[in-house]
Ligand binder design. Sequence first.
Ligand SMILES: [Ca+2]
Ligand SMILES: [Ca+2]
Length: 71
Amino acid sequence: MADIEAARAQFQRIDTDGDGFITAAEFKQALAQGGDWNVTDSVAEAVIGAQDTNQDKALSFDEFWAHLSKA
Ligand SMILES: [Ca+2]
Ligand SMILES: [Ca+2]
């Protein structure tokens, strides 16, 4: 089901500063733009933290993809 090209496009859309990592702030902003205003900083941090394998507080594409492709 997971499509790496679609995932990469989504990753780049969320990574607004283009540094190759998604932070909780970027994730929250992306959800807010999608109309989900209920996501708080702590929720965004929890979601990022759950996928953040090396615990640097940001998601690399590999971490993002590993989560998606698990399904
Ligand atoms: Ca970024
Ligand atoms: Ca990380």
